[in-house]
Design a protein around this ligand. Structure first.
Ligand SMILES: Cc1ncc(CNC=O)c(N)n1
Length: 229
């Protein structure tokens, strides 16, 4: 029988603790019926197209949010390496926006005509509130991590063992489900964990609240496009 020392216990990050405490909600966001329908091949393409169009608008709002996290890292971070990780995130969003445009044209979606739905507007509003200079770096980087990891966990599930994801959706799943994206999410998690470990109770409370909020908004976001699954 191995007994964990107090030192080892302390190494279990705040995020791991939250993930254990809020497993149900996390599963709700990362094993949504829409994702399960991609994985089992039963996906209704209209739902996929609706998600794609809405997500393009979301990602456009996500860019300034990530830029705001970059500014906070520059001002508040105790580790210079944080900036490179976040800057990498900003850079890859340029490619992502081009990808959305290509993908939309493949599916015959006219992005200029897409109208944001309620859940999307609400989520973009949350992003905007998190851009405020009053929001601490620790809270913002935690939010950034959870937004990314929901997509990573969701889409990785669609390309895992035994998945029946339709060929034409595989590229989408690879975008967020890839090993490279998983590594990037791990880097964000490490930064967030480091900051959370040093945070005040007040900040911890705010960060956990934001974490839960985002998971709920992600569920609402998937629900928007789920159609009749
Ligand atoms: C609603 C939502 N959540 C997370 C992501 C992933 N981040 C950037 O692409 C996304 N595209 N959309």
């Amino acid at each position: 029988m191995e007994q964990k020392s107090k030192e080892e216990e302390k190494k279990v990050g705040v995020i791991e603790t939250w993930l254990r405490k809020h497993t149900l909600l996390f599963k709700g966001a990362t094993r949504h019926p829409l994702i399960l329908s991609i994985r089992d091949g039963s996906i209704d393409i209209a739902s996929f197209k609706s998600w794609l169009a809405q997500d393009y608008l979301f990602v456009r709002a996500f860019v300034p949010f990530v830029a705001s996290v970059l500014i906070k890292a520059w001002k508040e971070s105790d580790e210079s390496g944080d900036m490179e990780v976040i800057l990498g995130g900003v850079a890859s969003l340029e490619d992502e926006i081009s990808w959305f445009k290509r993908e939309a044209s493949k599916w015959g979606i006219s992005l200029s005509e897409v109208v944001p739905q309620q859940a999307n507007k609400k989520y973009c509003g949350l992003l905007e509130s998190l851009m405020s200079p009053d929001v601490e770096y620790t809270v913002a980087i935690t939010a950034f991590w959870v937004i990314e990891v929901v997509y990573q966990e969701s889409f990785a599930h669609c390309i895992g063992e035994g998945s029946k994801t339709p060929q034409e959706l595989k590229e989408t799943c690879e975008r967020w489900g890839s090993e490279a994206f998983a590594k990037y999410c791990q880097s964000l998690q490490n930064i967030a964990n480091r900051r959370l470990q040093k945070a005040s109770d007040e900040e911890l409370k705010k960060a956990e609240h934001t974490f839960l909020n985002i998971l709920e908004y992600e569920v609402d976001f998937w629900n928007m496009s789920r159609g009749n699954v």
